[in-house]
Design a protein around this ligand. Structure first.
Ligand code: ZN
Length: 282
C-alpha cells in the first residue's frame, strides 16, 4: 500500500521552485510577449536585429545540459554569449529570457533559404532536455504541449509559415543535432506547427552515398536547397552533403540516421516539396 505522503498526483501539484540564476539580479525585466509565459528571467545576451529584420522563423533547440539550473545559468549569464527568447521546462512551464523584438543568440553559424544571420530572422526556443551527450531522454508530453502552444501563438502573431519552424540541426547541420530524432515533429505538425509528411517506408534498393558523383546527387542537392538547407550544389556526395542528408533524416525520416540517400529519404524529400504551398520556395 502506498503511504500517505506519496499519494498519486501530489508531485504534479507541487511546483518546483524555478532556479533563477544569481547573475540576473539587477537586470531590467520586461513584459512577456506571450500570455502563457510563467516567468521572466532576463538574459543580457542579446542585441538588435540586423537592419530591423522582423522574425518570420522559429528555431527549436534542446539545452543539452545535465540540469535546468545549469541551462538557465548559461543562457542568462553575461559572457557566455548564448541565449534564447524562451525556455520550455519539462513540466511545461515557459520562461522568457529575451524580448521577441531583440536578437537572441541561439543559432550561431547557420543558414536557411539563403540567409545566414538566422538570429536576426528567428525566434529561438530552448527545450530543457539533457540531449545526446547525457542520455537523451524522451520529451514529456506536457513539455511538448507547451512548445506547441507557444509556437502557435508566435506563428499567429508573427505570421510564421509552418515550413519555417525548424530545428537547430536543420540550420546548422555540420555542428548541431538538436532537438534531435526523438523530437516529435509529427505531433507538432498535427497541431499546425511545422511542416511534415509521413516518411516513405524504408525499402531495399539503390542509394546515393558518400563518394557518389552524379546528376542524381546534383538533383538531390537542388531539392534540399529548394527546401532551404545550406548544401553544396556540386553533384558530389561529399561530407557536407552527407551532414545535410543526416540533418534531413533527423527531422523528417528519423527511423534511420545514416546519411545515405536511400529511396525512402529521397521520396520523403520529394513529398515534402510537393506539399509546400506554392509561394514557399524561391
Ligand atoms: Zn541548439
Amino acid at each position: 500500500m502506498p503511504s500517505g505522503s506519496s499519494t498519486p498526483g501530489s508531485d504534479s501539484k507541487r511546483q518546483r521552485v524555478l532556479p533563477v540564476p544569481k547573475t540576473v539580479a539587477g537586470l531590467r525585466t520586461f513584459e512577456p510577449d506571450s500570455s502563457i509565459v510563467s516567468d521572466i528571467i532576463p538574459s543580457p545576451n542579446h542585441g538588435e536585429r540586423t537592419k530591423g529584420r522582423q522574425p518570420d522563423m522559429i528555431v527549436l533547440h534542446y539545452t543539452g545540459m545535465p540540469d535546468v539550473e545549469g541551462a538557465l545559468a548559461r543562457l542568462c549569464t553575461a559572457g557566455t554569449e548564448v541565449s534564447a527568447h524562451y525556455v520550455v521546462l519539462e513540466d511545461g512551464r515557459i520562461v522568457q529570457c529575451v524580448p521577441e523584438s531583440k536578437r537572441a543568440w541561439h543559432a550561431g553559424v547557420s543558414s536557411w533559404a539563403g540567409e545566414d544571420d538566422i538570429n536576426s530572422c528567428s525566434i529561438g526556443i530552448e527545450i530543457i532536455n539533457r540531449g545526446h551527450d547525457w542520455g537523451y531522454p524522451e520529451f514529456p508530453l506536457r513539455q511538448i504541449a507547451a512548445v506547441i502552444a507557444l509556437c502557435r501563438g508566435i506563428m499567429l502573431r508573427r505570421k510564421v509559415p509552418a515550413h519555417r519552424v525548424l530545428g537547430h540541426s536543420d540550420v546548422a547541420p555540420a555542428r548541431k543535432k538538436d532537438p534531435g530524432e526523438k523530437f516529435p515533429w509529427h505531433s507538432l505538425a498535427n497541431s499546425g506547427v511545422g511542416h511534415w509528411v509521413t516518411p516513405a517506408p524504408i525499402v531495399r534498393g539503390d542509394s546515393l552515398l558518400l563518394g557518389t558523383i552524379s546528376d542524381a546527387v546534383l538533383s538531390m542537392q537542388q531539392a534540399l536547397a529548394r527546401y532551404g538547407y545550406g548544401v553544396p550544389l556540386n553533384g558530389k556526395y561529399d561530407a557536407a552533403t552527407m551532414e545535410v542528408v543526416t540533418a534531413f533524416q533527423r527531422h523528417f525520416r528519423p527511423a534511420r540516421l545514416d546519411g545515405i540517400a536511400d529511396h525512402s529519404t529521397l521520396s520523403t524529400l520529394q513529398a515534402l516539396l510537393a506539399s509546400l504551398p506554392a509561394d514557399a520556395t524561391k
